[in-house]
Ligand binder design. Structure first.
Ligand SMILES: Cc1cc2nc3c(=O)[nH]c(=O)nc-3n(C[C@H](O)[C@H](O)[C@H](O)COP(=O)(O)OP(=O)(O)OC[C@H]3O[C@@H](n4cnc5c(N)ncnc54)[C@H](O)[C@@H]3O)c2cc1C
Length: 383
């Protein structure tokens, strides 16, 4: 049976679900309010420098999921890329995540791994046995000096609140490596699509059964005539925010260009609270196989999202989770709509998880269709 499917959002969620359903033989329309595909993964050439820029913040592909890695490699050539982040804090530059080099530099020591382990254990606050907050957890793990240099100011800027008001669960494990490995991610597969994410997502959407309409904000009547709607926009947005707004952090990017190499790396964090931005990203270092004489950088500022801002990071504190539960209840009263992706389920999702969930969603759709069952409101529970 051929169905007519509407997908709201031409990001990774919409593209992957759309492709899978198109391959199952359904007729798919993907709409997006923006003037481009790829959602927040969108990449484009900078107008002045020709550098490939990640318009909505840097995106590095990393995964342990072999199926997802094989999937993306069908649609793009991936170049090896390791994310090596630096931070400027207290008038010095350090390597992140905190590793043996960071510890030795910070404390002016020459410790070997076991010595550093013992040294850091002594730095940690052993009087904190049952940490109740992010701050207590960090103090327990790394002690006050490292906490103040690497966690406190950055976290306040990123989340707009004291680490005392954030849950301890954010820092589940000791965030330190006792070797010189400064690769930000542990995943088996890490890389960057050579030409950027937008051509990759264009290739995913390139199927005879898929029609893409940009500059098209969803209106309820758009769903008329379709057999099913997949919604990857904001969950509260679908209901016109009738119960209130789910809280997000948004980002402001201050673009500037220079000649040559501005900071010598792709990502430089700023840990001190008196520097208002959280980091500077220098985009040509995300494509080290390209050569450019000039360079383009973004200073990144984080703040609470207003209604007209782009929602970036879901806040998901107690208040937001309670409102989310109300929206989940409301969503379950609606027939013929499945909420997907980072906005539709109000979760932070890395790209590989987004793709995995999109593939699973399309599989559930075909299984349910075969069994004559209706599609669930959520394939992955938001809470
Ligand atoms: C700053 C930042 C950095 C990140 N870095 C990484 C990284 O390094 N590695 C990684 O794996 N992941 C990263 N991610 C996560 C990545 O961005 C997500 O996994 C991915 O964007 C999720 O895709 P999506 O399709 O669910 O959502 P989106 O990309 O947000 O797409 C949703 C689309 O829906 C459209 N839309 C919304 N409402 C409507 C409407 N009413 N009508 C029409 N269209 C609508 C939007 O315009 C948007 O294009 C990062 C995320 C952020 C915020």
């Amino acid at each position: 049976m051929v169905l007519h499917i509407l997908l709201v959002g031409a990001g990774l969620s919409g593209a992957v679900i759309g492709r899978e359903l198109a391959q199952q033989g359904h007729l798919v329309t993907v709409i997006d309010g923006r003037d481009h595909i790829a959602g927040n993964c969108h990449t484009e050439r900078d107008r002045d420098t020709g550098v490939l820029v990640h318009r909505y913040g840097p995106h590095i592909f990393h995964t342990d999921d072999d199926g997802v890695w094989d999937y993306v490699n069908q649609f793009a050539e991936f170049m090896p890329y390791k994310n090596r982040v630096k931070t400027t804090a207290q008038d010095a530059v350090y390597s992140l995540p905190i590793n043996l080099h960071t510890i030795n530099q910070f404390f002016a020591k020459t410790l070997r791994p076991d010595e550093a382990r013992a040294f850091l254990a002594a730095q940690g606050d052993s009087t904190i046995t049952d940490p109740q907050s992010f701050e207590e957890q960090a103090l327990r793990f790394v002690g006050r000096d490292l906490y103040e240099a690497f966690f406190e100011g950055y976290t306040i800027k990123q989340w707009g609140c004291s680490p005392r008001d954030l849950p301890a669960a954010i820092l589940k494990r000791l965030p330190v490596r006792f070797n010189y490995d400064d690769n930000y991610f542990f995943h088996t597969h890490q890389g960057m699509p050579k030409d950027g994410y937008t051509p990759m997502i264009a290739a995913i959407l390139d199927h005879e059964n898929i029609t893409v309409q940009l500059n098209t904000l969803f209106k309820p009547e758009d769903a008329d005539g379709y057999d099913h709607l997949f919604w990857s926009g904001p969950l509260d947005g679908y209901f016109d925010y009738q119960l209130g707004r789910l809280g997000y952090r948004t980002l402001d990017f201050e673009r500037f260009t220079e000649q040559g190499d501005y900071q010598g790396c792709a990502v430089m964090n700023y840990g001190d609270q008196d520097i208002p931005y959280t980091r500077i990203t220098e985009h040509k270092h995300f494509s080290p196989w390209e050569t450019h004489d000039s360079t383009v950088c973004y200073r990144e500022f984080s703040r609470a999202a207003d209604p007209d801002d782009i929602p970036y990071y879901p806040i998901r504190m107690v208040k937001e989770k309670s409102l989310l539960a109300d929206y989940i209840g409301l969503a379950k009263t609606v027939e013929g709509v499945t909420f997907v992706g980072r906005l539709g389920t109000y979760r932070y999702l890395d790209m590989d998880v987004t793709i995995r969930e999109a593939l699973d969603t399309a599989a559930v759709f075909s299984e349910n269709l075969a069994m004559g069952k209706s599609m669930p409101t959520f394939v992955t529970a938001p809470l």
